[in-house]
Design a binder for this molecule. Structure first.
Ligand SMILES: Nc1nc2c(ncn2[C@@H]2O[C@H](COP(=O)(O)O)[C@@H](O)[C@H]2O)c(=O)[nH]1
Ligand code: MN
Ligand code: MN
Length: 498
C-alpha cells in the first residue's frame, strides 16, 4: 500500500505537491490522479531522497516518472551549487530528434515500400547493444582523429562537413556543442588526451568512436511517422512555423551517447564514489547512486568535462543518424528533401535561470520546455513559438510534438520525455503475450524490423499515453501542435526475415 501517494496535497487537475519538511519547498508532482498512483512508493522515495540531498533547491516529478538510478527517471532536480551524475544518467544526453521530409504519407502506404525503407536504414544505422557502424561510406567512417574532434567540438562546422551533415541542422539542436566548465574545448581535448594515455585505453576509446551513427539497444528506436498537425488554428500556425508538414512523412529517433558516454559516466561514478569513501563522506540517504560534487570544485569540473564530451558524442550521433536516414529514404525515393525539426535531450545537467537565479538543472528523463518569450530563446528562431518538444508515447498510440506554455515555470521549464514504463522489463516479458503484441502492431498498420517485437518494449509496457498527455495539458505545461502516427519502427530485436 503506497502511503506517500495519500500524503500529496492536490493543487489542480494534474498537479500536486509533496511536502518534505517545513523549511523546504515541496516536491512538485505533475500527473492526473491515476498517473500519480502509478508512481509507486519507490519512485516517491527516490524523489524524497533527491529533494533532501545537499544543495538541492527543487525537485519535480513528471508523469512518466518511474524508478531510476538514484533519482527517478522522469524527474527534474535543481541545485544552485551541486552536480549529481545519477540524476543525469548513464546514457549521457539520451535524446529525441525529428526529421521532416517532403514525402506525402501515401507514398509509404504499401508494406513492400516500408520494408525497402527499413532495409535501407538498417543497412546504414544499426540497432543493438554494442553494435557500431556498418556499411558506412568510407568518407563517413570515424577514425581516431575525427572521433576526437566529435567528442571535443560537438557539431562544429568541420565535424558536420566531414560527416556530410547539413550545417543548418546545428541551429536545430538544443545545444550544438558543449564545452568544459571553463568554456573552452581545449580543456576537453587535454582531458581526452590524458584518458587515452596508453595504447589499451586509446583502443577502447577509439572502438567507441566507431559506434557513431548507431542506435544501440533497449528502447532506442527509429520510427517513420505520418505528421497529423492539430486542427486548432493557433497550434496549426505554430506547427507550420516550426517546419512540420501535415500528412507528410517524418522520422523520429531516440538514442544517446552509446558506449562512449556510458564509459565516461561509469568512470565518473567510480571516481566520485571512491573520493567519498576516502573522505569518509556519507551518500545522501545512504545511496551511492546519489553521489555528487560541488560544481565549482576539481571533481565537479571533471564531471562536467566528461559529461560535455558524452553530450557532444550524442549530438553528432543523432545528426549523423538523421543524415543517414535521409540518404536511406533517397535510395527508395530519389530527390526527396528532409529538414531537422529539432534535436532535444532528456539526460543532462545545464545552467539555466530558475526562480530568479542561475542554477544547475538536472533533467533525468525530462525534456526542457521553454515557452515563447523565454529569455533563453531571445534571438533564436523559436523566440515567438517556443522550441519544439518531442514527446514519444509508444508506436501503437503515437507520439506528440508540443510547445511549452508559460505554465511550464511550475516544472522548472520541463516536461516528461515520454510515457514512461508502467511495467519492468521482467514483468513485461512474463505477462505480455507475444502473439497479441505482434498482431496489435499489425492491426495498427505498423511494420517493424523485428521478426518478433521485443516483449519488454511492447506498447503496454508503457503508461497510457492519453493519460500522460492529459497530465501535461491539465497542468498547463505545454500544448500539442501535432500528433505522430507510426508507420514503421526499428528496434533492437531479431531482424525480420526479408
Ligand atoms: N514512439 C515510440 N515511443 C517509444 C518507443 N519505445 C519507447 N518509447 C517512448 O520513449 C520514451 C523513452 O524513454 P527513455 O527513458 O528510454 O529515454 C519512453 O518513455 C516511451 O514512452 C517506440 O518504439 N516508439
Ligand atoms: Mn538512452
Ligand atoms: Mn532516452
Amino acid at each position: 500500500m503506497d502511503t506517500t501517494h495519500q500524503m500529496l496535497d492536490v493543487t489542480g487537475p494534474a498537479t500536486a505537491t509533496l511536502s518534505v519538511g517545513d523549511s523546504m519547498s515541496p516536491i512538485t508532482v505533475i500527473g492526473t490522479e491515476s498517473i500519480r498512483e502509478s508512481f509507486g512508493p519507490q519512485t516517491y522515495q527516490q524523489a524524497i531522497n533527491s529533494r533532501l540531498a545537499p544543495g538541492v533547491s527543487r525537485v519535480v516529478l513528471n508523469p512518466d516518472a518511474h524508478v531510476g538510478y538514484g533519482a527517478p527517471v522522469g524527474c527534474v532536480m535543481v541545485s544552485p551549487t551541486h552536480v549529481y551524475p545519477g540524476p543525469v544518467g548513464v546514457d549521457i544526453k539520451c535524446s529525441m530528434s525529428l526529421l521532416q521530409t517532403d514525402l506525402p504519407a501515401d507514398a509509404i502506404e504499401e508494406h513492400t515500400v516500408r520494408r525497402k525503407l527499413i532495409k535501407a536504414i538498417a543497412k546504414r544505422v544499426p540497432t543493438g547493444a554494442g553494435r557500431g557502424q556498418r556499411h558506412v561510406p568510407k568518407a563517413r567512417s570515424v577514425d581516431g582523429s575525427l572521433g576526437f574532434r566529435v567528442a571535443t567540438e560537438g557539431a562544429s562546422k568541420m565535424v558536420l562537413k566531414k560527416l556530410g551533415i547539413p550545417k543548418a541542422w546545428a541551429d536545430r539542436c538544443e545545444d550544438a556543442y558543449h564545452t568544459a566548465a571553463d568554456g573552452t574545448s581545449d580543456s576537453l581535448a587535454a582531458r581526452l588526451e590524458w584518458m587515452g594515455r596508453d595504447r589499451d585505453k586509446l583502443n577502447r576509446i577509439e572502438s567507441k568512436y566507431r559506434q557513431l551513427g548507431s542506435y544501440g539497444g533497449g528502447n532506442h528506436f527509429g520510427e517513420a511517422e505520418v505528421v497529423q498537425v492539430s486542427q486548432d488554428p493557433h497550434a496549426r500556425q505554430i506547427a507550420e512555423q516550426i517546419g512540420l508538414r501535415h500528412n507528410h512523412v517524418a522520422f523520429l529517433s531516440h538514442c544517446g551517447s552509446r558506449g562512449f558516454g556510458h564509459d565516461l559516466a561509469m568512470g565518473q561514478f567510480r571516481a566520485l564514489k571512491s573520493s567519498f569513501q576516502k573522505q569518509g563522506l556519507a551518500f545522501p540517504a545512504g545511496d551511492p547512486q546519489l553521489v555528487y560534487a560541488e560544481a565549482d570544485s576539481p571533481e565537479g569540473r571533471l564531471y562536467l568535462s566528461d559529461m560535455a564530451m558524452g553530450a557532444n558524442f550524442a549530438t553528432v550521433n543523432h545528426l549523423l543518424i538523421n543524415a543517414l536516414v535521409l540518404e536511406s529514404f533517397r535510395d527508395v525515393f530519389p530527390g526527396i528533401r528532409g529538414e531537422l525539426i529539432y534535436f532535444i535531450s532528456h539526460n543532462i545537467v545545464r545552467r539555466e535561470p530558475i526562480d530568479g537565479q542561475t542554477q544547475w538543472v538536472h533533467r533525468k528523463g525530462a525534456t526542457r520546455a521553454l515557452p515563447a518569450g523565454h529569455s533563453q530563446l531571445v534571438g533564436t528562431e523559436f523566440e515567438h513559438t517556443g522550441h519544439p518538444i518531442l514527446l514519444p508515447g509508444n508506436p501503437r498510440d503515437g507520439s506528440s510534438v508540443m510547445v511549452a506554455r508559460p505554465g511550464a515555470a511550475l516544472s522548472a521549464f520541463s516536461v516528461n520525455h515520454g510515457a514512461g514504463r508502467q511495467m519492468s522489463r521482467t514483468k513485461a516479458k512474463k505477462n505480455l503475450s507475444q502473439t497479441t503484441i505482434d498482431q496489435d502492431l499489425l492491426d495498427h498498420d505498423i511494420v517493424s524490423n523485428c521478426r518478433v517485437y521485443p516483449r519488454d518494449e511492447a506498447p503496454d509496457a508503457y503508461k497510457d499515453f492519453r493519460e500522460v498527455l492529459d497530465s501535461v495539458v491539465g497542468a498547463d505545461l505545454a500544448m500539442e501542435v501535432a500528433r505522430l502516427k507510426a508507420k514503421f519502427v526499428l528496434k533492437d530485436g531479431a531482424p525480420a526475415d526479408d
